[in-house]
Design a protein around this ligand. Structure first.
Ligand code: ATP
Length: 271
């Protein structure tokens, strides 16, 4: 694995000021509401994922995390509120238009093309960003694909069919595909699901390295140990609302957060 920075943990600060990067962008939700029938799955959420930081979204099943993610990514349209990417209002933009502006995501359900090779799956992410028609872009797509494969240590599997790979590898393929487009903001829906402890710590190091280079990362994650290790800031949701937000340690220790899980923090008895 080509780790840019071996440090991990929420208190490791970026070496350079990410706000100095002209590509750096913040993703912001302001008063986002999304209803299904009479139910507000997201009931007026404010959230900010700044460049150079890892922000985590936690909460019990049905809290509204995935729905908020869909509103941020553009796969769901908010009924009220706004979504800003780098200060630009993208609330009315479709998901593919947001990708072009530097917003990438991975999905809870792994979505690779099984008959395509690992490299071809990753190339799709680069093509979405660059387009595929012009010669200059073809070379750029190849360079972006190679860089993403190297970052996730997937070069040795590049020619293999994706469908032959285990879940742990497919999570990395999905992440490589998202990174191939050179995003400024990365949304990750349960990136550690199905990974073993070695793969999870490799993933954590990669994500920390991306944040240290100025990317804004927002992840939905049920693994509280990983959130505690990785996130700078946590938003805890329950019943469509943010019930607590702030520095990771204080949110995980907040009694309102424990209450949202029925008295015990999820999956980590000591958090
Ligand atoms: P999980 O951790 O289980 O993924 P979540 O926090 O992501 O849960 P959501 O999936 O956003 O929660 O669901 C929030 C609420 O919205 C739930 O009550 C859910 O049943 C409802 N909901 C989500 N998507 C839809 C939909 N397409 N149609 C109707 N109701 C929906």
């Amino acid at each position: 694995m080509n780790h840019a920075d071996p440090r991990s943990g929420p208190r490791a600060r970026p070496r350079s000021d990410p706000s100095a990067d002209p590509r750096a962008a913040r993703l912001t939700a302001r008063g986002v509401v999304r209803r299904y029938g009479g139910i507000a799955a997201v009931a007026g959420v404010d959230l900010s994922a700044p460049p150079g930081r890892i922000t985590a979204l936690i909460g019990p099943n049905g809290a509204g995390k995935s729905t908020l993610f869909d509103c941020l990514a553009g796969t769901a349209r908010p009924d009220a509120g706004r979504v800003l990417l780098g200060g630009r209002d993208v609330t009315r933009l479709a998901a593919h238009a947001r990708v072009r502006l530097g917003l990438a995501r991975t999905f809870q359900q792994i979505a690779v093309f099984p008959t395509l090779s690992v490299a071809d799956n990753v190339r799709i992410g680069a093509e979405q960003q660059r387009g595929r028609s012009r010669g200059r872009d073809v070379r750029a797509v190849e360079a972006d694909t190679a860089r993403a494969l190297a970052l996730l240590d997937l070069r040795g599997l590049a020619a293999q069919p994706a469908g032959d790979q285990p879940t742990g590898v497919l999570r990395l393929v999905e992440l490589a595909r998202a990174l191939a487009g050179g995003p400024r903001v990365l949304l990750l829906d349960e990136p550690a699901a199905g990974l073993d402890t070695v793969q999870t710590s490799r993933l954590a190091a990669v994500l920390r390295g991306l944040a240290d280079r100025g990317m804004a990362l927002l992840l939905v994650e049920h693994d509280v140990d990983l959130v505690a290790e990785l996130a700078d800031t946590v938003y805890a949701m329950a019943d469509g609302h943010v019930v607590a937000s702030g520095p990771t340690a204080s949110v995980l220790a907040d009694p309102r957060v424990a209450r949202a899980w029925g008295g015990a923090a999820p999956e980590a008895g000591d958090n």
